[in-house]
Design a protein around this ligand. Structure first.
Ligand code: PMP
Length: 397
């Protein structure tokens, strides 16, 4: 039966990790990852999360199913984080939120749902985007097109190109937007640019789909949600937000995310929620208990939430410090043209390193990065920064 099945190409990032693990050279560094590591090079287990886990272990509760659309407390707390405590949309009951299997689950359920409502629509994603965006929406039956985003010459945003491309899309096209900490480039829009995008999207009748996988990783919970807040304030009838707690709670394998769909009225949101539930039911039936309980318990306690915000702030500050340290040390090592790394945001930077330079980093210096030049700034620490800087300076000469 399966004789005709050919080997499907693996994920290039996971392939890189395998090569890294097999590398026996001391002092090797993996900048190819998509995970936040702490100063000791470990994936942190947040103190707030640990406290809840201890409590849950003591309570030793049975594990029944949770509702199809997840824990109500989780969804309520998510809405407040994503849309803001005082959001008029929430007060009006216009947002339908469902706990999902990570941010990826939110993207897929959102894609399946939009395919039912807008069967002929295309989706536009940034060039470049997180590669899974293309795969998820294509699997849901969408034709995927690109809009201009990254400007290799400036290592920044091609904002005129972005506006021009968005302006050419047919009405009803779904537009995937990264709320902050763009993956893979680290290049974000500022608030004025967001406002222009909001106006264009509204005028052209496009369907915004915001992916917020790194809320709190750049400036803070509310500032990083600027795109969501501006769309919410714009009077637009409908938009979608997929958010993930994988990074902000350091709960990657617990698969915690949520899908929020904004409708025109409370009644519309209720009807949409019923369709979301049907979509989840036919997909994976219901989300997972443990991660959902961790997040909702932290967010539901003023004390634990404050502790989490503090820890999130520490992660964010460490990323900023690594960006600043890298730029300063590269300049001192004779490579002053990397200043843009400090302008970029979040875990990733498009470093501008070519494929040949990335190959040299790996072969000569045991430093692993992706062929596109994407590096994970959150994999840097005080112990490996000099090694990385010296190698990057050497291959950049
Ligand atoms: N969107 C973007 C832009 C991401 O970078 C990621 C995670 N790499 C996700 C969504 C999915 O997150 P999760 O692991 O929660 O599925």
């Amino acid at each position: 039966l399966f004789a005709s099945v050919e080997m499907t190409p693996g994920d290039p990032i996971l392939g890189l990790t395998e090569a890294f693990v097999a590398d026996t050279r001391p002092g090797k560094v993996n900048l190819g990852v998509g995970i936040y590591y702490d100063e000791q090079g470990r994936i942190p287990l947040l103190r707030a999360v640990q406290q809840v886990e201890q409590k849950l272990a003591q309570e030793a509760k049975p594990r029944g199913y949770i509702p199809i659309d997840g824990l109500p407390a989780y969804n309520l707390a998510t809405q407040k984080l994503v849309f803001g405590e005082d959001s008029p949309l929430l007060a009006a009951g216009r947002v339908a939120t469902s706990q999902t299997i990570g941010g990826s689950g939110a993207l897929r359920i959102g894609a399946d749902l939009l395919k039912k409502v807008l069967p002929n629509a295309k989706i536009a994603i940034s060039s470049p985007s997180w590669e899974n965006h293309r795969v998820v929406f294509a699997s849901a039956g969408f034709e995927v097109v690109d809009y201009a985003y990254y400007d290799a010459a400036t290592h920044g945003l091609d904002f005129p190109g972005m506006l021009a491309d968005l302006g050419k899309l047919e009405p009803g096209t779904v537009v995937l937007l990264h709320a902050c900490c763009h993956n893979p480039t680290g290049v974000d829009l500022n608030a004025e640019q967001w406002q222009q995008v909001v106006e264009l999207v509204k005028e052209r009748n496009l369907m915004p789909f915001i992916d917020m996988a790194y809320q709190g990783f750049d400036e803070g919970i509310d500032t990083d949600a600027t795109a969501v807040r501006l769309f919410a304030a714009s009077g637009i009838d409908a938009f979608v937000v997929a958010n993930s707690y994988s990074k902000s709670f350091s709960l990657y394998g617990e698969r915690v995310g949520a899908l929020s769909i904004v409708g025109r009225t409370r009644d519309e949101a209720l009807r949409v929620q019923s369709l979301v539930k049907r979509t989840i039911r036919s997909n994976y039936s219901s989300p997972a208990t443990h991660g959902g309980l961790l997040v909702s318990t932290v967010l539901g306690s003023a004390e634990l939430k404050a502790m989490w915000e503090q820890e999130l702030g520490e992660m964010r500050e460490r990323i900023h410090a690594m960006r600043a340290g890298m730029v300063e040390k590269l300049a001192a090592a004779g490579a002053p043209h990397f200043g843009f790394i400090q302008e970029q945001a979040g875990m990733f930077s498009y470093s501008g390193l070519s494929k040949a330079q990335v190959d040299r980093l790996r072969e000569e210096y045991a430093i692993y990065a992706i062929g596109t030049g994407r590096i994970c700034v959150a994999a840097l620490n005080r112990a490996n920064l000099d090694t990385v800087v010296n190698a990057v300076a050497a291959v950049s000469r």
